[in-house]
Design a protein around this ligand. Sequence first.
Ligand SMILES: Cc1cc2nc3c(=O)[nH]c(=O)nc-3n(C[C@H](O)[C@H](O)[C@H](O)COP(=O)(O)OP(=O)(O)OC[C@H]3O[C@@H](n4cnc5c(N)ncnc54)[C@H](O)[C@@H]3O)c2cc1C
Ligand code: FES
Length: 241
Amino acid sequence: MSKVLTASTVITNRPFDGRYFYLELEAPEIARQYEPGQFVMVRCGPPGSLDPLLPRPLTPAAAEPNAGRLGLLYAPAGRGRGWLAERRPGDRLTVWGPLGRGYRVGAGPAVLAGTGRHLAALFPLARRLAARGSPFRLIGLTGLPDSDATPLPEDLEVEAREPGEVDWDSARQIFLAGSPELYRLAARMLPRDVAGRTQVLVEAPMACGVGACFGCTVWTQAGPARACVEGPVFGLADLRL
Ligand SMILES: Cc1cc2nc3c(=O)[nH]c(=O)nc-3n(C[C@H](O)[C@H](O)[C@H](O)COP(=O)(O)OP(=O)(O)OC[C@H]3O[C@@H](n4cnc5c(N)ncnc54)[C@H](O)[C@@H]3O)c2cc1C
Ligand code: FES
């Protein structure tokens, strides 16, 4: 798969569920190549400007290959995402991706669980499983520090559960998206065999997004790994948390 650098056009950019913004972009090649769990880099300044210098990583909440569109759900906080929230339909943005390794999907019933806005990273995977007729549950985890304001899409059913209420053992595959606190909790709470079939999406701070700067290094049982290339999805049991 080749990475695509593109000047994308904003289709819509609107408030979503009170706390977030939802940005729809025309980005046909990225939408066509996208695999759930991968991310894109978005330059949060006018085309041609290098201020701010570093692009911002965002995980698509939707990728529609037929329509050629990407959907990005973001918190309008910080300099970069604050700038994004002011974009209007027709504006042009520099975007590249898809980047990194996404979720590896196997067979059997799946649990997809996340906290707050992180849950949106699981929407493309949920849609893919639904299209295949594979059984899954999509769970917005409650009772954790960043689990307020779970975004609710129109086309997917989201359950609200505390981590202790979820029957993790019965899932053949578990996909998590959240903060390091969630992953540490999962590592403590899940039996070893269940942790072994759990994948997590790590949001390490990123500068280049393409493996050159090592700014996103995380520690795995095998040594250091770049979240932007070897991740951002890792096996829970492979991480040193
Ligand atoms: C793979 C990946 C996917 C992401 N997907 C999304 C997404 O879909 N929606 C979304 O809203 N955000 C997402 N993020 C987080 C977002 O990219 C960062 O928070 C980024 O710093 C935002 O830039 P900013 O200019 O808006 O805020 P900044 O002013 O740069 O930062 C705001 C706050 O976030 C902290 N921060 C900096 N880098 C990161 C980071 N990588 N992760 C978490 N916190 C950070 C800073 O310390 C600061 O407190 C993702 C991050 C990664 C690595
Ligand atoms: S962000 Fe530069 S190596 Fe990962």
